[in-house]
Write a protein that binds this ligand. Structure first.
Ligand SMILES: [Zn+2]
Length: 449
């Protein structure tokens, strides 16, 4: 019975638009034996790499025929291209978590104004941004949402970033079911130490196809160095500037410092300056992660006070905030440790600072500096799981139909594929590539036109 239906056409066709890391966009066609089709997208992200920006202008599918779009999280490489769909005739709805849907709405208009300076001709009009705002709806995490007679979508917790979800999709026809899980960018736990789907120790029995990311390839979890390096610097009487981007990373490093203070590894008297934007609201941060003696730094005067504070002290800043007087008075001072806690991309300012030998001259923002501070980085707080995290996720499933790998450069995807096959030799592992499509059936996967 199953096979006959398979032939008649009960399947999900999947095609990815992404080439490497950015521009996440999965085009799905749900095909019923009676020939009826439903088309949706999982994510609709911008291509951010310079050589790929022109790809933002076109879609490989007909936007008018899409019913809906589901967004895994609010990062621009996963959702900032939504208004372009409306520019190309899309009239459907956008679904995301409560947090992500708010961000999608505010970013649609914000990006429209910033785009006017960078894109010529523009990618979308103000009206398309308004359509995005009008048509974006939030879904409740853990609650199944029925899209139509055959398609059921459940957003599930994901610790990748605030408001991030995975999507469990159930496609039903009579007694037949196809299940797929889109993890999006994936991380199992964050500082809240929550366990997610499937819950730790639980096994998911249904046959499922998993579409996951390959950012770190088969890289194992990096050695944890943050705590020991910060302790060492403080004991040597140095000050530390911690570069952390995003609310989640602010919370993570704050929580680490709090732990170090609470356990007496660093004196609780050490002031911690949290450098934030003018419109920042302290309530945005989970107050239970703030260490003792934390001060909020917003204005230029407060910045100066933080810098004049007698050593040692700890300043937490975003990458963008690490400029001007803060950069100048710390990078040229051997009594500072500058610690990058986010991913440092090749050619970025952080990369330059890390590579420049001590006592050498470095040009930043048309200014010359002599690097005297110590500069370090750690990837231990990455928002993307390493090998152990992904392996843990997969061990939660008893019947994996196939695994698709996306979001990563070609090398990372291939390395992860090899490693997965070592661990589970019978597994079907496919790297999703732009221009190639696959059919997911109840118990198999094959290439599609
Ligand atoms: Zn992301």
């Amino acid at each position: 019975m199953h096979k006959i239906l398979g032939k008649k056409g009960f399947y999900i066709r999947i095609e990815s638009s992404s080439i490497g890391v950015t521009g996440s966009c999965n085009y799905l066609v749900f095909h019923l034996p009676n020939g009826k089709e439903t088309r949706i997208l999982i994510d609709c992200g911008m291509f951010l790499e310079n050589e790929e920006t022109e790809l933002n202008r076109e879609f490989s599918f007909d936007c008018k025929k899409l019913l809906a779009v589901f967004i895994t999280h609010e990062h621009s490489d996963h959702c900032a291209r939504i208004p372009c769909l409306y520019a190309n005739g899309f009239t459907g709805k956008i679904y995301a978590s409560e947090y992500a849907s708010q961000k999608i709405k505010t970013d649609a208009i914000k990006n429209y104004y910033s785009m006017r300076r960078t894109f010529e001709p523009q990618l979308y009009s103000e009206e398309d941004a308004t359509s995005t705002i009008r048509n974006t709806f939030s879904l409740q995490i853990g609650v199944e949402f029925q899209l139509n007679d055959n398609i059921f979508v459940t957003p599930l917790e994901n610790a990748h970033t605030k408001g991030a979800v995975m999507y469990l999709i159930r496609f039903e026809y009579k007694d037949n079911v196809i299940r797929v899980l889109f993890t999006g960018d994936y991380k199992r736990t964050n500082i809240a130490k929550k366990s997610y789907f499937p819950m730790i120790g639980e096994k998911y029995n249904e046959t499922i196809t998993i579409i996951t990311e390959a950012t770190h390839g088969a890289q194992k979890e990096p050695k944890k160095i943050f705590q020991s390096e910060v302790i060492k610097a403080i004991l040597e009487g140095k000050s530390v500037v911690i570069i952390a981007n995003g609310e989640t990373r602010y919370e993570t490093v704050s929580n680490e410092l709090k732990q170090m203070k609470d356990t007496g590894k660093i004196p609780s008297s050490i002031p911690i300056f949290l450098q934030v934007k003018k419109n920042f609201n302290l309530e945005n941060l989970n107050s239970s992660v703030l260490p003792s003696n934390t001060r909020i730094v917003k204005t230029t005067e407060e910045k100066q006070t933080a810098l004049y504070e007698r050593n040692p002290k700890i300043i937490i800043s975003t990458n963008r905030g690490y400029t001007d007087s803060l950069l100048k008075s710390t990078i040229e001072n051997p009594r500072y440790l500058i610690f990058y806690t986010n991913y440092v991309s090749k050619g970025s300012r952080g990369d330059k600072l890390l590579r420049t030998p001590t006592c050498s001259t470095i040009e930043m923002g048309r200014q010359l500096y002599t690097k005297k501070a110590e500069v370090k980085k750690t990837e231990e707080y990455s928002d993307h799981d390493f090998w152990e995290g992904l392996a843990n996720l997969l061990h939660g499933f008893r019947n994996i139909n196939a695994i698709f790998l996306e979001h990563g450069d070609a090398e990372s995807k291939e390395k992860l594929r090899q490693e997965l096959l070592k661990e589970l030799p019978k597994l079907k592992v496919i790297t999703l590539e732009r221009g190639k499509a696959y059919r997911i059936t109840e118990n198999g996967v094959r290439c599609s036109k």
